[in-house]
Ligand binder design. Structure first.
Ligand code: DQA
Length: 166
């Protein structure tokens, strides 16, 4: 049985595709879910992809994930900048958490520069659009130990004779 990763999306992310496309792009949330499922197959992870406009529902899903999921990838939308409840739920889950945002928060308004979610996250990717979800899943696969050995663990190549500098 592959390990399962909970991919959570917060308020207004259901509107992707038509919501401020100059910031968030033209891809829909269903497109991003398909990208995540494809990446999951490649990485040996089951993807449980969800979206809610309700903070309470998101907190409930995070609470249920404890002990059942291998990790949580979260784009909390605007709750990123406001929700101590989400932060507390993520900390209580005791799961590895990765934070993703489609847009580059640091090129935007000041109020988007602070993230409560980040205090619970191992790392954060922002500004790379839907690719950020895929990159975060690759990182998650390594964190939960499902990914094949990293290239850095491979034997270093010896340069051909005559080309050695020392
Ligand atoms: C977002 C950034 C948030 O500031 C915003 O409220 C969102 C989307 C992003 O993915 O870029 O809803 O999380």
């Amino acid at each position: 049985m592959p390990q399962s990763v909970l991919v959570l999306n917060g308020p207004n992310l259901n509107l992707l595709g038509s919501r401020e496309p100059e910031i968030y792009g033209r891809e829909t949330l269903a497109d991003i879910a398909a990208l995540c499922r494809d990446a999951g197959k490649r990485l040996g992870l089951a993807i449980d992809f969800r979206q809610s406009n309700s903070e309470a529902e998101l907190v409930g899903w995070i609470q249920e994930a404890r002990g059942k999921k291998a990790g949580i990838l979260i784009n909390a939308g605007a709750l990123t900048h406001t929700s101590i409840s989400l932060l507390d739920a993520l900390l209580a889950s005791e799961l590895p958490v990765l934070e993703v945002h489609l847009s580059n928060l640091f090129r935007r308004e000041d109020f988007r520069h602070h993230s409560y979610v980040s205090r619970a996250a191992r790392g954060m990717i922002c500004g790379l659009g839907s690719q950020g979800y895929v990159l975060a899943l690759e990182a998650m696969a390594r964190i939960v130990g499902e990914a094949p050995a990293t290239p850095s663990k491979a034997k270093p190549k010896t340069p051909p004779k005559g080309k050695r500098t020392k």
